[in-house]
Design a protein around this ligand. Structure first.
Ligand SMILES: NC(=O)c1ccc[n+]([C@@H]2O[C@H](COP(=O)([O-])OP(=O)(O)OC[C@H]3O[C@@H](n4cnc5c(N)ncnc54)[C@H](OP(=O)(O)O)[C@@H]3O)[C@@H](O)[C@H]2O)c1
Length: 337
């Protein structure tokens, strides 16, 4: 830590998401962008200069072992999450690993076993449960604002065009379910708990053999369900609804809300009530603030991967296993149907 208690973060890989979301959140949280590691020293050096990171390090292991780094952010392609997260945990470095924690269920189990055994702190970068919007919605649902919650309809679509993108690669464990379908799944887990009973999905295939447009259902005890739609072939859309026996909450963006986003509560005969989603915070700031507070001993860790990541990975694996023509792509490489 710096003398004034700020966390010195290291970033593993010169990723787009690090530039676009992690660094702005880090700055808002008041911590330090201490170093970035890359496979290519020159590229990493330029990236550090361009994005205001203090220094660049050649190679991921060097950053993991760097004594001047307090915590690691890991935004590598999904297929590399397990190896580098395990190395960081074994070195005793707290990790914020990008979602999905791993692209396969066995890798997720392996990583969580190391996290439990070493006791090193690990979070999966679903940052929305930390945000004020989701806390407010949680309070409304548990307070009975829409009666009993029975159904979630949630989607995450965006348009991807670059054929070289990591999301089109089965070897890097891309695909729509892994990349964005994991968000509705994690949202359902927030409200319905960790145990789904049934999983059904269908997809169209593209890229180098990944699901690019995917839809399905996760069933939970008592007939509660998630209707899920996700893909990489439409304009950005994250609109989601929580449907209860006495009303509905409509959310323009449950996952990365910006200043224009809102949620609306429609219940009984009263007028719909609208709430601004994120009046102050950038999407990553609340999670980064929480991790900093934990490392300073000011807060007890919440939503650690050991407590939250396995149900998400199981649900994604079961949805993927139900896709015809590609029996088990999340548990291992497969072929498109
Ligand atoms: N939480 C969120 O809101 C959010 C949003 C977008 C993405 N993500 C997640 O963040 C991760 C990265 O996504 P991204 O779109 O930012 O990826 P990206 O821009 O393609 O960056 C990935 C980085 O990984 C490194 N890398 C190592 N081996 C690689 C390989 N074989 N192919 C390509 N890159 C390799 C590269 O850095 P060096 O060459 O410098 O080592 C590269 O810059 C994914 O897990 C994704 O699901 C999360």
């Amino acid at each position: 830590m710096t003398p004034d208690g700020r966390v010195r973060w290291g970033i593993i890989g010169t990723a787009n998401i690090a530039r676009a979301s992690f660094l702005p959140g880090l700055r808002q949280a008041g911590d330090v962008a201490a170093a970035v590691a890359g496979r290519d020293a020159e590229r990493a050096g330029k990236w550090a200069r361009d994005h205001g990171v203090d220094r660049a390090v050649h190679g991921y292991q060097a950053l993991i072992e760097d004594p001047e780094i307090d915590a690691l952010y890991l935004p590598l392609p999904n297929a590399l999450h397990a190896e580098w997260t395990i190395r960081a945990l074994q070195a005793g470095k707290p990790v914020l690993c990008e979602k999905p924690l791993c692209g396969t269920l066995p890798d997720t189990e392996r990583v969580l076993e190391v996290a439990r055994r070493t006791g090193t702190l690990l979070w999966e970068a679903f940052v929305f449960p930390f945000q004020a919007q989701m806390q407010r919605i949680r309070d409304l649902v548990t307070g009975g604002a829409i009666g009993e919650l029975v159904e979630i309809r949630s989607g995450f679509h965006f348009a991807l065009s670059n054929p070289a993108n990591i999301r089109y690669s089965p070897d890097l464990q891309g695909g729509a379910l892994n990349d964005v379908g994991c968000y509705p799944v994690r949202l359902a887990q927030e409200f319905f708990g960790p145990e789904h009973e049934t999983a059904w999905a269908r997809a169209t295939w593209g890229g180098q053999g990944v699901d690019v447009d995917t839809w399905g259902v996760l069933g939970y005890p008592g007939g509660r369900r998630l209707q899920l739609s996700c893909g990489m072939a439409r304009q950005l859309d994250t609109f989601s609804t929580l449907d209860g026996t006495g009303g509905q909450i409509r959310i323009t963006n449950p996952f990365h809300p910006g200043p224009a986003d809102l949620f609306q509560v429609i219940a009984g005969r009263s007028e719909p009530r609208s709430f601004a989603a994120a009046p102050r915070d950038l999407p990553f700031s609340p999670a980064i603030r929480h991790i900093g507070a934990v490392l300073r001993g000011e807060e007890t860790p919440r939503a650690q991967a050991v407590d939250t990541s396995l149900p998400t990975a199981r649900a994604l694996a079961d949805l993927a296993a139900s896709l015809p023509g590609r029996p088990d792509p999340v548990r291992g490489p497969g072929q498109p149907g």
